[in-house]
Design a binder for this molecule. Structure first.
Ligand code: UDP
Ligand code: MN
Length: 297
């Protein structure tokens, strides 16, 4: 067992003597206190993972919202997803947009499909982002329960740079936010006002999870979106909006329903940050954007 497999020398072994090198990561947390794996490079073997999941003939759905000026991100998202996102698996992309004419045509691989779902635009960007919970829930109940086994809901203003494969599959999957993985819980930007349904007291919380990725089995993502949407509605009735909109509600949900798998920040990085040594590969990362220009309000 080593954290430096490259440094294992090759030594001539006698008859009937074998050597296996097992890589371990000692520099990062690879399992949570409730025994969910945290996926980092060096903790999994893709060929073993694929031998488990390929025979199941799975369909993986991906929801992506591109409303207003965000249609400009679809092309890069899809082109890079075709290179790195669950390659070799049956993938259905569901693009939610108010401008179906602006969805570019991107060549898709075998067993990869795209549906465009036309939705209306909300005025405020907070509302656009937050309403994803409701729209995903409705679409799950209308069709996705019949169409997919797993669902991954992703931000569109992102690009894939490296393998993002079947190691992400699990019952309920969260991504550790790249901005807070080294911080203590007291500084996590949870909603701190008890009047909000998303309230988390200072002495609670495991991780701060990113709102740009939600995943899991379709039934589990359905339960998550249902609970978060209901909490958002209650907050609206009480005239309160959580600090980071649906991300705050998501964090409350994951506090009460522990994810069965966590994706390390390799899987959801932020390009404004320099790459630290524990990140071997940036797999999926934000596109730098001019907030004032792209958000329109
Ligand atoms: N979004 C959109 N149009 C908007 C604002 C947001 O389509 O005008 C969607 C889009 O999928 C985006 C996501 O909501 O990736 C989250 O918003 P944003 O990326 O601006 O939030 P950030 O990641 O910067 O916190
Ligand atoms: Mn984003």
């Amino acid at each position: 067992f080593t954290d430096k497999p490259d440094e294992v020398p090759s030594v001539a072994l006698g008859m009937q003597r074998n050597l296996s090198v097992i890589t371990v990561r000692l520099d990062v947390m690879t399992v949570t206190p409730w025994l969910a794996p945290v996926i980092w490079d060096g903790t999994f073997d893709s060929s073993i993972i694929d031998s488990l999941y390929q025979p199941q003939n799975l369909t993986i759905g991906t929801t992506v919202f591109a409303i207003g000026k965000y249609t400009r991100f679809i092309k890069g998202f899809l082109e890079t997803a075709e290179k790195h996102f669950l390659v070799g698996y049956k993938v259905n992309y569901y693009i939610f947009t108010d401008k179906p004419d602006e969805v570019p045509s991107v060549a898709l691989g075998m067993q990869r499909n795209l549906s465009v779902i036309t939705v209306s635009k909300f005025f405020r960007w907070q509302e656009i982002s937050m309403r994803r919970m409701e729209r995903i829930l409705n679409t799950i109940e209308e069709r996705l329960l019949k169409e997919v086994d797993y669902l991954y809901c992703l931000d569109v203003d992102m690009l894939f740079h490296n393998h993002w494969g079947a190691e992400v599959l699990s019952t309920l999957v969260a991504a550790v936010h790249p901005g807070y993985y080294k911080n203590p819980r007291e500084v996590f930007p949870y909603e701190r006002r008890p009047a909000s349904q998303a309230y988390v007291p200072l002495d609670q919380g495991d991780f701060y999870y990113a709102g740009a990725m939600i995943g899991g089995l379709i039934e589990n993502v359905r339960a998550l979106t249902r609970t978060c949407h209901q909490a958002i509605l209650i907050d609206k009735q009480n005239d309160i909006e959580a600090a980071w909109q649906e991300e705050s509600h998501l964090n409350k949900y994951f506090l009460q329903h522990k994810p069965t798998k966590l994706l390390s920040p390799e899987y959801l990085w932020d390009d404004t940050k320099p790459k630290p040594p524990e990140i071997h590969f940036i797999r999926f990362s934000t596109v730098l954007k001019n907030y004032a220009e792209v958000r329109e309000n």
